[in-house]
Design a protein around this ligand. Sequence first.
Ligand SMILES: [Zn+2]
Length: 168
Amino acid sequence: MLTVTHIAVSLLLIQLLSLDRNNAFIAMVFGVFIDLDHLIGLGSYAQANGLRPLADWSTLTNPGGQWKSLFHSPMALGAVVPMSFATVMAVPLVFWAVHVSMDYAEETFLGNFSSIEAMLLVLCSFALVVIRYSKYIESYSLGSLGDYIMCEFKGLRSMFGSSNKNAL
Ligand SMILES: [Zn+2]
């Protein structure tokens, strides 16, 4: 599935499981960033087939998985399971399984960015905002929706800066 769908689902699960910052980072690695293996797969594919297919949109967006390598195969369990013992709630295994299941559903039933995926993206994003906003209201009962949005932007900015005091 699209990276943005994986991000929305993973962020929602992080909120539902109330993961702390460190576990949320691990969750994002296994729920979203394992797609970086597409770059490795893309390199091998280009070596085998030349660069011409890479200019073809339907080849690039084929959900058949030719870009996917180690992290999308059952062999990844050899790394994911041992890492899961070191975390609460088996975070690597849970988020890896969700990611691979979403990709499997896309390849097997849904196809590229189907209406079901679009619905999943919208619903997860909406649920995420509702949960985050209600947590914000709990902390700052007088805060408006505009204040909440500013708070989220400050939190995002602090993730890339040195200070994270404003993050929820
Ligand atoms: Zn994937």
